[in-house]
Write a protein that binds this ligand. Structure first.
Ligand SMILES: [Zn+2]
Length: 162
């Protein structure tokens, strides 16, 4: 289906944790409008999963402003998010915030070293895996790792009925 103009509205909604749009995070799967309903399909990042309630609230608010009078349904597509869906702008915003989108090898966002070890402590949120860089000594968090998703299964949540 062709993208609805409302896709841009949803893509511009800011992530609650990092000042970056959901579109740049690769979270927005589709926005479809029919019969007074707007169905938004989102793929939660590991990073964003504790904040999904706030994301949903922001998306509803933005869509209510842009297209009043519609019923808004938000569907979380479990496991649909891929780190490769993050745009260059999204990666830059994540790096600025001290995050590193998971690749094959964790790389320090500060000095670029790949010599990093997984830290014993747990991250500030369950979706982040802490590493310590052995190049420059900086701690950093990796998101979107397979290990993290094993730690935190994302429930299928459909809000607003169907
Ligand atoms: Zn480093």
């Amino acid at each position: 289906m062709s993208p609805d103009p409302l896709t841009g509205v949803v893509a511009d909604v800011r992530d609650p944790e990092i000042d970056v749009g959901l579109g740049d995070l690769g979270v927005v799967r589709s926005v479809a409008r029919a019969d007074g309903r707007i169905v938004v399909r989102l793929a939660p990042t590991r990073l964003s999963c504790p904040a999904r309630g706030e994301i949903a609230r922001r998306v509803r608010s933005a869509l209510t402003d842009a297209a009043p009078g519609n019923r808004i349904e938000i569907v979380w597509e479990r496991g649909a998010w891929q780190p490769t869906a993050v745009t260059d702008a999204g990666r830059e915003a994540l790096r600025t915030a001290g995050y590193r989108v998971a690749g094959a090898v964790p790389r320090c966002p500060y000095c670029g070293s790949e010599d990093a070890v997984r830290a014993g402590r747990f991250g500030g949120a369950v979706c982040k895996v802490p590493y310590d860089c052995r190049g420059c000594g900086s701690p950093f968090d990796v998101i979107g790792t397979a290990g993290c998703s094993a730690v935190l299964p994302v429930p299928d949540v459909t809000q607003g009925g169907s």
